[in-house]
Design a protein around this ligand. Structure first.
Ligand SMILES: [Zn+2]
Length: 252
């Protein structure tokens, strides 16, 4: 079953779309791992090829900002999947933006509309930064840090691609997570997405979160975006547009 699922994705040829000013957006898909139940975890890579300069010389390479977007980590929070879809399908990307899109890192939970992965682990408590053992339940942190294949896949993607900015979508706390590492970026995302800047309280310290791990164990910046329970279409559109705008204007 696994081979049947993976093969068509691996075989997919890069797709090209030509935007309004004649630059091509290259889109490639890569299976970066599999879930507990064998579902593929897929990364979509999108970047713009610079338009050819009329005199035939090569255009100067723009400085690249690499942005990773996770549509969901918790399978019962699915509004971010719509943001993923917008970013995957949009025709235009600014020069110098290297976009990595993962629809969900938790395809088993998404298929079941369940927060956890198929082992019952909250993947957003399973990372090796301030990880703490916790009782089984909706926020079970697992047997040990990175005990889950989905967490390892995500850790490996971040280590390999070294995104400058990682954005993860959640629900329903309604706000963009405050972050000591880069408040100007947090504020820009919050402003663009029409969300407040917020401190999320995970009943005390947030243990073992993916965002905490990225911010404290890698050079990149990670931001958590929490939509509300019901997410209107305009907010999905605005969130996708803001990812592109803020991502392409990041100060490196
Ligand atoms: Zn969540």
């Amino acid at each position: 079953m696994l081979a049947a699922l993976v093969a068509p994705l691996l075989a997919a040829a890069p797709a090209e779309a030509v935007d309004a000013i004649g630059s091509k957006v290259l889109t490639t898909r890569e299976v970066i791992g599999t879930s507990v139940e064998g579902r593929p975890i897929v990364a979509v890579h999108r970047t713009r090829k610079p338009a050819a300069v009329p005199d035939g010389t090569e255009p100067a390479a723009a400085e690249t900002r690499r942005v990773l977007v996770l549509g969901s980590v918790h399978g019962d929070e699915q509004a971010g999947l719509r943001v993923f879809q917008r970013l995957r399908d949009r025709d235009h990307l600014p020069a110098g933006l290297d976009l990595w899109l993962v629809r969900t890192v938790n395809p088993d939970g998404t298929a079941a509309h369940r927060r956890t992965n198929a082992h019952g682990v909250d993947l957003n408590r399973n990372f090796p930064y301030k990880w703490r053992s916790s009782p089984r339940g909706a926020t079970w942190s697992g047997q040990q840090p990175l005990s889950e294949p989905e967490s390892v896949v995500l850790r490996d993607l971040v280590r390999r691609q070294k995104p400058d900015l990682t954005i993860t979508f959640h629900q329903p706390l309604f706000g963009v997570g405050a972050n000591d590492k880069a408040m100007p970026t947090v504020r820009a995302l919050a402003r663009g997405m029409r969300l407040p800047v917020d401190e999320f309280h995970c009943t005390g310290v947030c243990n073992g979160t993916f965002t905490g791990w990225v911010n404290h164990r890698t050079d990149g910046l990670a931001v958590t975006v929490e939509f509300g329970r019901r997410v209107p279409t305009w907010r999905v559109s605005r969130a996708a547009a803001t990812v592109v705008t803020v991502g392409s204007q990041l100060t490196l």
